[in-house]
Design a protein. Structure first.
Length: 555
């Protein structure tokens, strides 16, 4: 016989939160520690490289050397001089754009090559043409000056290159457009450099054609001429280079492993303690809510919960308390409804039973009057049941409405004419105030049902000789219908209950004179379902005014 496995107990929320947050914390701290150890060297390297990149004076020195000499031969002396005077002995590596090494100080130091910065400083030795437009009156003069500047720089670079290779001095100054030109010793210092850099006829033609391309309308701009200048001098100027800088004594992984390990351990401990505290703070109010929910599920709707902590938990507790209060109110209303129904049905059903038993026992003869009385009582019970069904459908949203575009003023007049007979029988006068057309979109039968209920209530509570005034007017985007009587009115403490189910202002009234007590509750639901509202105002001894507000069509 196989043994049934024992049911596993689900993990508590506290444990789940604790394990989850702990896993996240440990993973995050472990990953951070690993990355810190792995990237410490490169981070320090980048920091020093970034600091070295700010040494614009050294960068500018290299740029001016290439700009003035036209070649990178001899730049090693400049870089070695900087390396020898640098107290940090940073590694300096100069390469072309395609990583061909020009100078590397590691070769001078005769040591194993150390890493350099991942991002080099890019140096473009080509000069920029600082052409001032105000110095040249027209486009032709500007173009001619650019052609002359190209030829001037070609000559300067050619002679400077020749002098550099022959170890001659190169002294350069800049003209008004910031174009380098030789001063002091020039090609005369070395006869071999006499013809260096002289612009040939072919080169002159190419220079002129490139510059004249800027003669196209709307294209003679400083940017166009600058581009033409840069394009032509790129053929003979020094090539752009990349400057790498690195530090000498970078910390090793071993030197940072200890502090990082201690820091990681401390963070893990703090994370574990914090997680435990957070889990406890979360689970405590959750347990309180769970207990209160169980009480509500068992029918104890008066259960409430009070929790502190975060704003979210406080809002959750408040929502639960509102839900419990709503359930408690609904339960109380249900109890009252059942009690009211029992009270409403007990007396008429007892009367029916008594009459039927009396007829059966021969006490009463089943005359037409007796049968008519029994039939009337049965009709009253049927009306009460029908009203209850309408109210249930309305409150559940299942009441069907057939909306149509119509004139509310016509509905009011039709309802007033329908109630005229009952009013005359009670000695009450119905007055309909004339009004304008009020277009609305409503269910005509349901609105007439509401108006009929209001009129019947007003007639019932107005003594003979009184009046009921009905009026329909427009108020902004709404149509407003008022039914005002000159009856006995409603006491202020009773006014808030007029729309409650099975409520009557005069508890002594029966259903034969006071109605079922459901009409106003049904009327309120019908008006609300069609986008309106119904309100009651009354003064004891002076009368009551019922007001219906419905949106006009198109609003």
């Amino acid at each position: 016989m196989s043994r049934r496995p024992l049911p596993t107990r689900p993990m508590s929320l506290r444990t789940q939160v604790f394990l989850f947050v702990t896993l996240v914390a440990v993973s995050a701290v472990g990953a951070t520690a690993w990355l810190s150890v792995r990237l410490t060297s490169s981070q320090l390297d980048r920091s020093l490289a970034a600091a070295a990149a700010q040494d614009w004076a050294f960068v500018d020195t290299i740029r001016l050397y290439g700009q003035n000499h036209g070649i990178w031969e001899g730049i090693s002396e400049v870089i070695y001089a900087r390396f020898r005077t640098d107290p940090h002995r940073q590694r300096i590596r100069l390469t072309t754009a395609d990583d061909h090494v020009i100078v590397d100080t590691e070769a001078l130091a005769e040591r194993t090559a150390r890493p350099v910065a991942a991002r080099p400083v890019e140096i473009d030795p080509r000069p920029w043409l600082a052409l001032r437009w105000t110095d040249y009156p027209d486009d032709t003069a500007r173009q001619r000056r650019v052609v002359d500047a190209i030829a001037q720089y070609r000559r300067t670079v050619g002679v400077a290159t020749c002098l550099t290779r022959s170890w001659g001095p190169v002294i350069v100054e800049r003209d008004a457009e910031d174009v380098p030109r030789l001063t002091g010793p020039d090609s005369r210092a070395d006869p071999a450099c006499h013809d260096a850099g002289v612009t040939t006829a072919v080169e002159s033609a190419q220079d002129t054609a490139t510059v004249n391309a800027c003669s196209i309308p709307l294209s003679i701009t400083s940017r166009c001429l600058d581009k033409a200048f840069t394009t032509r001098i790129s053929e003979f100027s020094a090539v752009p280079v990349k400057l790498y800088l690195g530090a000498i004594d970078l910390p090793t992984l071993r030197s940072v492993r200890g502090p990082v390990t201690i820091a990681a351990g401390g963070v893990i401990v703090v994370a574990l303690l914090g997680t435990a505290v957070i889990a406890a703070r979360i689970v405590r109010p959750v347990r309180a809510l769970t207990t209160a929910s169980a009480r509500v599920a068992d029918g104890e709707f008066g259960a409430r919960v009070t929790v502190g902590g975060s704003e979210e938990l406080i809002r959750l507790a408040a929502s639960f308390n509102r839900m419990a209060a709503s359930l408690e109110g609904a339960d109380e209303r249900q109890r009252r409804l059942v009690a009211d129904l029992a009270h409403e049905l007990r007396t008429p059903l007892s009367n029916l039973r008594g009459y039927i038993e009396a007829i059966r026992d021969g006490v009463f003869e089943p005359t037409d009057d007796v049968l008519a009385s029994l039939h009337e009582e049965a009709i009253l019970q049927q009306r009460l049941v029908d009203d209850l069904q309408d109210l249930a459908l309305a409150e559940s949203g299942a009441l069907v409405y057939h909306l149509a575009d119509l004139d509310l003023t016509d509905l009011v007049e039709v309802s007033a004419r329908a109630g005229q007979a009952a009013a005359e029988q009670s000695g009450v006068r119905i007055v309909v105030e004339p009004g304008h057309r009020l277009p609305v979109r409503v269910d005509a039968d349901r609105i007439r049902q509401v108006l009929g209920n209001l009129l019947s209530n007003a007639i019932r509570h107005t003594p003979a000789g009184g009046s009921v005034t009905v009026q329909a007017v427009a108020d902004g985007d709404d149509a407003v219908v008022t039914v005002a009587d000159t009856g006995c009115g409603i006491a202020p403490h009773d006014l808030p209950h007029v729309f409650d189910r099975l409520w009557r202002a005069d508890a002594a009234r029966g259903r034969d004179t006071g109605g079922s007590g459901l009409g106003l509750a049904i009327a309120r639901r019908i008006v609300i379902d069609q986008g309106g509202r119904i309100e009651a105002a009354s003064e004891l001894g002076a009368g009551t005014t019922m007001t219906i507000t419905l949106p006009l069509r198109g609003h």
